[in-house]
Design a protein around this ligand. Sequence first.
Ligand SMILES: [Zn+2]
Length: 332
Amino acid sequence: MVSEKVVENILDETGLDKEELEEKVNEKMEEFSGLVSEEGALHLVAKEEGVEISEASDKDLDIDNIVPEMRNVNLKARVTNILDANTFTRDDGDEGKVQNIVLGDNTGTIRVTLWDEQTEIAEKIDEGDAIEIQNAYTVEDDRENAELRLGDESQVKMADDDEVPEVESPGTSETQEADLREVKSEGASYRIKGMVVNVYTSNPFYNRCPECGTSVREDDDGDFTCEDHGEVKAPDKALAVSAVIDDGTANMRAVFFRDLARELLEIGEEVEEEGDTSAVEEAAESALGKELELEGRTRYNDYFGRLEIIANEVKNVDAKQELEDLLEIMEA
Ligand SMILES: [Zn+2]
């Protein structure tokens, strides 16, 4: 809901009339291809016009109304994901620590970055907890999403469980059809369509425990150990390939495991069983330029600092057939 007071305030301070403001807000919403709500767009316009919107300080915001470069952000949300902490060395040689958590409400998700002693917060909460954050601020991440940060004035506390609706776990959330430039949420299901423009084939196989199927680690002596089953003499080979998919609006890395990787590369099970790397390389060559439709879940790749999609369904799209179908419809 866009508050009238906020609108009046912007009109007063900018000298714009209502129509002009409305046009700017609509332009903003278009610029973000419908990903920003009206209130979010209004905040962005206000920011561009140099107007401080202070009203946000006393009310909780829905996540889809939180945009980059906001101050005094308050929200109540569920913890949907707690990622591993990473340590790094600062320029001055001190060790730093950074950890991300993801919060969700019925309108979307947002990443919260915790630095150094703030990471203790992540130790005190569990996924599914209802929490309340006051006086946080946002920055823009590398995908132009708002990322929440905590300052000296910020407060984080457990919220009353009744006050915060349950958020559907990512496992049950609906799959949305999207252009790649619209793929921005983490842990969400998308159906995308695009062309394979690159396939990475270095180390396409990993080793699995034959008993439980989890990946096993190789030590310096070349021995494999499963956490549950101890030493594994003859691990199974399993295929994992990542590819870059481009749909003309953006490109994105997609990861394919096992049968999905075989589907992508159109190779048989024996290639996987034998761990035949050269067959994989050859198949990767011929997969280039292929049209795919895939469904998958996004995850944030901390190592590369970007979102990628883990395929859980792959379909080869016959571009020629599609064209013929289209012509048929047009002629009919
Ligand atoms: Zn095992």
